[in-house]
Design a protein around this ligand. Structure first.
Ligand code: MG
Length: 305
């Protein structure tokens, strides 16, 4: 089986959805610890409005510091950040990032609620970012939010997902991250979505982003692996769940993903113990127990030992 790559989103998708905003020192230490565990693609921050997303405030300083970190450079760590528009891209470029991500949605209501734009308007903004980023030699990843279901509209037609994917590819994204934003996807649906997307997207340019809301994330990964997908998003510890917000649950936990991949003889470059250590550091900062089952099992074993 081909090598699998993990895109670690804990410092961005994870921390962005936590109730407590972690300070820059804590976020920097977290990224370094994740890199130390062997993760080579890390989304470190988001160039969004700090009044809207205070958890991501200071991403300029954070990313500039990480880009200049010679140990991360030596390890070949690819850092990226979320950018909603050209202004965000400008800030990411100023911080020295060579990769960014745009995030249109596949459903209209979510797009309007989350981005205050129609799907069409969000795709225009994404295309503007891609054009300028390409001119500067910056790679762009394209998330497709609500690809497996929308919190407002329910089912999302696969044709709508495919349209957004094709528009992003035409705009110049190097990778699509087809995302189950609300954690409703199940293996049968993953098979159906991949059967539609695989003919139009080279498998090497397709990533999947699952949430474990209904306990389906690993089953979904396994089905996707069998279909030839090799890139998966995850958040250390299963970060991103907020115990105070009903329905808000975490991303697929990197520990759970790595444990399964190790069992399949994959992702051997990731050190699971070091990853658990990285999560333990951030667990103290976010102020609640992290949900990853493999993380919790590893911590329990450590306490017994
Ligand atoms: Mg997510």
């Amino acid at each position: 089986m081909a090598a699998v790559s993990i895109v670690e989103l804990g410092p961005r998708d994870g921390l962005q959805n936590e109730a407590i905003a972690v300070d820059l020192a804590g976020r920097t230490a977290f990224v370094r610890a994740l890199a130390g565990a062997g993760l080579r693609r890390i989304e470190a921050g988001a160039f969004v409005r700090p009044d809207r997303v205070p958890q991501m405030a200071g991403s300029d300083q954070l990313c500039a510091g990480l880009v200049g970190d010679t140990s991360l450079q030596a390890a070949g760590v690819r850092l990226s950040a979320l950018v909603p528009n050209l202004k965000g891209l400008e800030r990411a470029a100023a911080a020295g990032l060579r990769e960014v991500a745009v995030f249109p949605a596949a459903s209209e209501t979510f797009s309007r609620q989350n981005l205050n734009q129609s799907v069409g308007e969000a795709l225009v903004a994404a295309r503007e970012v891609c054009t300028e980023a390409t001119r500067q030699g910056i790679a762009v990843r394209g998330y497709v939010s609500t690809a497996f279901g929308c919190p407002y509209e329910g089912d999302v037609p696969i044709a709508a997902v495919a349209r957004v994917c094709e528009a992003l590819l035409a705009a110049g994204v190097h990778e699509l991250a087809v995302s189950d934003t609300i954690g409703v996807a199940h293996p049968g649906q993953v098979r159906d979505v991949l059967a539609t997307l695989m003919p139009v997207v080279t498998p090497g340019r397709l990533a999947l982003h699952f949430h474990d809301t209904r306990g389906m994330a690993l089953a979904n990964v396994l089905v996707a692996l069998e279909a030839g997908v090799t890139t998966f998003d995850a958040c250390a510890g299963g970060l991103g769940g907020c115990p105070f917000a009903p329905g808000a649950t975490g991303n697929l936990a990197t520990e759970d993903l790595v444990y399964m991949l190790h069992g399949l003889g994959l992702a051997r470059e990731i050190d699971l113990d070091a990853l658990v250590g990285a999560s333990a550091g951030i667990e103290a900062a976010v102020g609640h127990p992290l949900p990853s089952r493999c993380y919790r099992a590893a911590r329990a074993v450590r306490r017994r030992a």
